[in-house]
Design a protein around this ligand. Structure first.
Ligand SMILES: Nc1ncnc2c1ncn2[C@@H]1O[C@H](COP(=O)(O)OP(=O)(O)OP(=O)(O)O)[C@@H](O)[C@H]1O
Ligand SMILES: Nc1ccn([C@@H]2O[C@H](COP(=O)(O)O)[C@@H](O)[C@H]2O)c(=O)n1
Length: 676
């Protein structure tokens, strides 16, 4: 999925419908590693496809695991099981783990205990995320693991002789108060060495994020590992433990990702008669700790019901109620409470969140800064955050939100688009959501509702071959907006008419209008389908272009296509190219461009375009054709081609494509309210 450099979200009003969430990141990466350590193959269903699971999968492939994907929902991973580790004397196996803590920590432990020669590295931020307590615990055992950069942080080198004895007769001590991932890493790695004896881990300090340990324990059990435990202080892996693939394993949808939609359901009004939002793939009995977010959301006012596999959310108390909460049990989802606090009466206090400081970014500082940008007042401490929302609608600001390469910052702050002031919101670098939820914005905007007038439209009208389509597509891509190529609809009508043996002349107006009104058309990112047939090329011929120009003269045909064109106005916005976008179809559009170029220039461009497709023609013929088409478009009675009164004129004769794009984006930016 290509994300733009920023995404502007218009003010949102409601949510309704259903949303299907991607698989849990925590479960996905644990299951991948456990399957890799098992004998035989594991079929994993519902695996999350994101940056973090991709780096884990790449690493497992490099380690020798086989990976097959029979379809989009299933992945079969062949485990390493009893196969011998690579020699510690050979060249290192280099593993790049991006910014995935759920890959770096468990792999470091698993490979140190497996033996071999490895180098584990990640992005710059990963090299700032602590791993010293885990490394120390492994060094206590006698594992040969060292830092390749700053002590206490990745990158790491592991050079471990698999045959060398390890100090496994006493309990391994590991700190639990910095990251629970250190304990998870040891719990998943140690069963490799538990065939002959039982192995114990002792947690030093108060364990944080206990629910993540519960996920680890539940999954260890699924893979055949038996444990004895004393609360969260001591864990003993029983002698004879060995990883067995469970065969098939279904990954639950991500409970942390659910938190954004739970919050949206609690914040956004839904139309009378609608039941709010249904969240599918994760339910009330989830094994993920972040499911307890629903208790906090309920305390703030959300109405949440559900079953084992889904949740139903709607707004209850309004405004929301401010809460004071120890968030140790929901460290990731708690960030969403900070966004909900924007809509609460009073000050919300989130405590015991020190772990936020060592995540993808310093989340306490980042959250305080960005909520402040929206008009909230925040007080940030070492391990707490207090949020007082903007006093009233007048105190909200149209903000340009920094996301710090942190997916959760982007997703949480997107909820500010429901602000009562009706202000749009800009999210910078929205692509960071790919870490756990690549389709997040499509999912949110797919269930969000707002008045059509709030959805911005940029109209680009002009004569044939002036570059409208090229410009419109580039502007839409840069803004993350939808695209309407209205000429394609007239071309489709002409093609459909030809297929039905109906000529494009006025005598057939009623039949042509009927065909236009019921075009069985489907657009995807790059192709156009008519009655299930890919007609992307068929509608682009000069002959169909000429017939399109003829059918477009007919008022009944034009009216028949209006509703279809309005249907393209979807969140977050639209760039529409044609002849009457600014004058007839979207007369209230906030930006209208009338794009021209000299007839000679347009004929030359079209000539070049056709030659590149292997179609031979002359510039003179093309010029005559396009002038005839322009004359017909400009002189027709119904919706003639002309600049809208408030259109900006752009002559591209002397401009490159990039220059026209920059010019339009410059005009667009100048009209946006975002403070920098
Ligand atoms: N500023 C420009 N400089 C040079 N070539 C350009 C420029 N803008 C567009 N072109 C080229 O001109 C050709 C026609 O552009 P395009 O198809 O976008 O025009 P159009 O106005 O959408 O045409 P139509 O009216 O047939 O839909 C394309 O090959 C495109 O790459
Ligand atoms: N809004 C529009 C768009 C197009 N037309 C007519 O359709 C013909 C084909 O359009 P292309 O942009 O794909 O070349 C064009 O010649 C116009 O006559 C229209 O009327 N209104």
């Amino acid at each position: 999925m290509d994300y733009p450099a920023f995404l502007d979200i218009p003010a949102l009003q409601g949510v309704a419908g259903r949303v299907r969430l991607p698989g849990s990141k925590s479960i996905s990466n644990r299951v991948l590693l456990l399957a890799a350590l098992s004998e035989g193959s594991t079929e994993i269903r519902g695996l999350l496809h994101s940056d973090d699971t991709r780096v884990m999968l790449d690493a497992l492939r490099r380690l020798g695991c086989t990976v097959q994907t029979p379809d989009a929902d299933r992945l079969c991973l062949g485990g390493l099981g009893a196969s011998p580790p690579p020699p510690h004397t050979g060249a290192p196996v280099k593993l790049f783990l991006g910014n995935a803590g759920t890959a770096m920590r468990p792999l470091a432990a698993a490979l140190a205990l497996r033996g071999g020669h490895y180098e584990l590295s990640g992005v710059a931020r990963m090299h700032e995320r602590p791993i010293g307590d885990l490394v120390q615990a492994l060094q206590q055992l006698g594992c040969a693991i060292e830092y390749l950069g700053t002590p206490g942080f990745p990158p790491l080198r592991i050079r471990q002789d698999a045959a060398a004895p390890l100090a496994l007769d006493r309990a391994i001590r590991v700190r639990g108060d910095v990251s629970s991932q250190f304990l998870t890493a040891l719990l998943m790695a140690l069963p490799q060495r538990a065939q002959q004896r039982e192995l114990s881990i002792e947690v030093v300090g108060e364990l944080i994020s206990k629910p993540y340990i519960d996920i680890t324990l539940a999954l260890l059990e699924r893979f055949g590992i038996a444990l004895r435990r004393d609360g969260y202080r001591r864990f003993t892996i029983l002698a004879g433990s060995r990883y067995h693939s469970p065969g098939v394993l279904q990954v639950e949808a991500d409970a942390s990702s659910a938190s954004y939609f739970i919050a949206a359901g609690a914040i956004a009004a839904s139309d009378t008669g609608q039941k709010g939002l249904k969240i599918e793939g994760v339910g009330l009995t989830s094994i993920q700790g972040d499911i307890r977010f629903i208790d906090a959301a309920r305390a703030m006012g959300a109405k949440i019901t559900g079953d084992a596999h889904s949740l139903q959310v709607r707004r209850g108390r309004w405004p929301l109620k401010a809460i004071s909460l120890d968030c140790n049990h929901i460290p990731d989802a708690a960030m969403t409470l900070a966004a909900m606090a924007l809509y609460a009466e009073g000050t919300t206090e989130l405590t015991n969140i020190a772990s936020w400081r060592v995540k993808e970014t310093d989340r306490i500082a980042a959250m305080a800064a960005e909520l402040g940008r929206l008009g909230a007042h925040c007080e940030a401490g070492e391990d707490y955050l207090r949020i007082t929302p903007p006093g009233d609608a007048a105190h909200w600001r149209a903000a340009s939100i920094r996301t710090y390469d942190d997916h959760r910052m982007a997703m949480c702050l997107s909820l500010a688009a429901f602000n009562p002031a009706g202000l749009p919101l800009r999210i910078l670098e929205p692509g960071c959501v790919a870490k756990t939820f690549p389709g997040y914005f499509d999912a949110l905007l797919g269930v969000a509702q707002t008045a059509a007038e709030r959805i911005p439209v940029i109209c680009i009208d002009g004569p044939t071959a002036s570059g409208k389509g090229t410009l419109a597509a580039a502007v839409a891509a840069r803004l993350g907006y939808h695209l309407l190529d209205s000429g394609a609809l007239y071309r489709l009508t002409a093609l459909s008419a030809a297929q039905h043996g109906v000529g494009p002349q006025a005598a057939n107006e009623a039949v042509l209008a009927e065909l236009a009104a019921s075009l069985p058309v489907r657009f995807d990112a790059t192709r156009v389908w008519l009655a299930g047939q890919d007609v992307s090329e068929a509608i682009r011929t000069e002959q169909i272009g000429m017939q399109a120009s003829q059918v477009s003269q007919l008022p009944l045909v034009r009216s028949a296509l209006v509703a279809l064109q309005h249907g393209f106005r979807r969140l977050p916005g639209l760039v529409a190219d044609g002849r009457d976008m600014g004058t007839v179809i979207f007369p209230q559009a906030p930006l209208k461009i009338y794009l021209t170029a000299s007839a000679q220039c347009r004929a030359e461009r079209r000539h070049k375009q056709l030659i590149s497709k292997g179609i031979s023609t002359t510039i003179a013929d093309l010029r005559a054709d396009l002038e005839a088409r322009d004359a017909r478009d400009m002189q027709r009675q119904s919706a003639p081609l002309k600049p809208a009164e408030d259109a900006l004129l752009l002559d591209s004769s002397e401009l490159t494509i990039d220059e026209t794009v920059d010019r339009v984006l410059g005009w667009w930016q100048a009209r946006q309210p975002f403070a920098h």
